[in-house]
Design a protein. Structure first.
Length: 123
């Protein structure tokens, strides 16, 4: 499992233009399964802890609205960064990815979906 997480992080770090940080977090426990950052001032585990609350709030909203939907991703656009919260189809974990706002958002999401395929199968 650790090897699959490391491969995901390496693929994102090496192939996503504008990569800043990534963290994979278990939704039920809030535990960070693994993380990496290129910026020593950016803590992806801390960011994931706060974004876990965003995911939980959205799940509550979906339930309250009686929607038969799953979260695929939540994108937050900041002035200089995109933050993507990509929730696994199982709902067990999410991948938090921060990239520069100069990155191509659709290409970034496509690469993230491609690289997480092995992780989906393992978890």
């Amino acid at each position: 499992m650790k090897e699959i997480l490391r491969d995901l992080i390496e693929n994102l770090k090496n192939n996503v233009p504008g990569f800043i940080a990534v963290s994979i977090t278990d939704i039920s426990s809030g535990e960070s399964l693994d993380s990496f950052t290129t910026d020593e001032n950016f803590d992806p585990n801390l960011a994931s802890a706060f974004n876990l609350e965003v995911v939980k709030a959205k799940l509550k909203a979906i339930k309250a609205l009686n929607l038969n939907e799953e979260i695929q991703d939540i994108t937050i656009t900041l002035s200089s960064q995109f933050h993507i919260i990509n929730v696994a189809p199982s709902g067990a974990y999410f991948i938090y990815l921060a990239v520069s706002s100069s990155a191509d958002l659709s290409m970034t999401k496509s690469l993230l979906n491609n690289y997480k395929a092995e992780l989906i199968n393992a978890l």
